[in-house]
Write a protein that binds this ligand. Structure first.
Ligand code: TYM
Length: 336
């Protein structure tokens, strides 16, 4: 059985943008494929500590798993949820892959360049981040790794590391699919960039100071509706889906599609050419507040115990699979 695998860091509470761009599509993908694929959803807590984590990290981890459940993740024997640091093989595999990866290719990673730009001192974790990510993927022989566009370079690096390893030691590692095949498999939704409500040229970001710019999953649904009503649009006076000319309007159409699980094309057809932006805003505001109300009710109904039980079985599975692959790799290096 093939494996679909992804991880989302939980350094702070996600915005509606993070949720709609990464978590919800993963839940929908899992529900669609988990009869025929292993679906591994893990919390990359070791990746989180490359930078400061806000608030109570342990609680954030539990809450983020509740987000998946509240978003409708259907559990069965093929769905595995675990924390990276609870599976020590990830760190060991990372070290071994460090001896396969090159400095040059890691220095070319855009995320590393962005995060280290202009800084005098950068921790080694930021540099080595993609190798740990390769370990996360290769230990489980994952074929599909649903991530946003910003992570595609890391998937390509993982493929290169795996191919180099196999070339030298035999076909031990499964090379994940090429990014084009990944995109075709994920379908629309994954990696969609939800925009800032006040400044729709930018993506919705946790770090913005303007409260009207972002919707948090814990926002009061009525307040969230007001933020949609006051979202920046444009003066063209005609609804059309165009992220360059009408980013504000296009963002609203995208939010409307994702929170209701409607195909984007259907939403566009419904509103195309409409001149009263207020009607669109009212509809999206209602959709968002209805979504948040039921999402928050779902969260409240999930107990910590339930999450711990899920993690316990997920981590038992993950340790077994990861240890077996690690042993093959250790043998290849004559470490065992
Ligand atoms: P992280 O936490 O930085 O990002 C998690 C996922 O969210 C996507 N993303 C977005 N999608 C839409 N709109 C946005 N504004 C937005 N911001 C971020 C990212 O593309 C990503 O898919 N390195 C991974 C975590 C990881 C991982 C792995 C993933 C660690 N090991 C192994 C897959 C497989 C990351 O980017 O996390």
């Amino acid at each position: 059985m093939k494996t679909i695998l992804t991880g989302i860091r939980v350094n702070s509470e996600p915005t509606l943008g993070n949720f709609l761009g990464a978590m919800l599509p993963m839940v929908r993908l899992s529900n669609k494929y988990s009869k025929d694929y292993n679906v591994n959803i893990f919390i990359p807590d070791l990746h989180s500590i490359i930078s400061e984590v806000d608030g109570d990290f342990k609680k954030n981890v539990l809450t983020s798993i509740k987000y998946y459940l509240a978003a409708g993740l259907k559990l069965n024997q093929n769905v595995h949820v675990y924390r990276q640091s609870f599976v020590p093989a990830h760190s060991e595999m990372c070290w071994i892959l460090n001896c396969v990866a090159n400095m040059g290719e890691l220095k070319r990673m855009t995320q590393y360049k962005d995060k280290s730009d202009g800084k005098e001192s950068v921790n080694v974790g930021i540099f080595d981040y993609p190798v740990l990510m390769a370990a996360d993927i290769l230990l489980y022989s994952a074929s599909y790794v649903p991530v946003g566009e910003d992570q595609f370079q890391h998937i390509e690096l993982t493929r290169n590391i795996a191919m180099r390893f196999n070339h030298k030691y035999g076909e031990i590692l499964t090379v994940p699919e090429k990014t084009e095949a990944q995109v075709a498999f994920m379908g629309v939704g994954m990696g969609v960039r939800i925009r800032d409500l006040v400044n729709p040229e930018k993506k919705m970001s946790k770090s913005t100071n303007s409260l009207n710019s972002k919707i948090m999953l814990s926002d009061d649904p009525e307040k969230a509706a007001k933020k949609i009503m006051s979202a920046t649009t444009d003066s063209l006076g005609k609804v059309s889906f165009d992220m360059f000319k009408q980013p504000g309007i296009s963002n609203l159409l995208q939010i409307e599609a994702l929170v209701n699980d409607f195909p984007l094309q259907d939403v566009i057809s419904t509103w195309q050419g409409e001149s009263h932006y207020g009607d669109l805003k009212k509809k999206v505001a209602t959709s968002v507040s209805t979504f948040l109300t039921s999402f928050q009710e779902n969260i409240a109904a999930i107990s910590d115990e339930e999450v711990f039980e899920l993690l316990e079985s997920g981590e038992a599975y993950a340790n077994e699979v990861a240890d077996a692959k690690l042993l093959e790799v250790q043998k290849a290096f004559s470490l065992r």
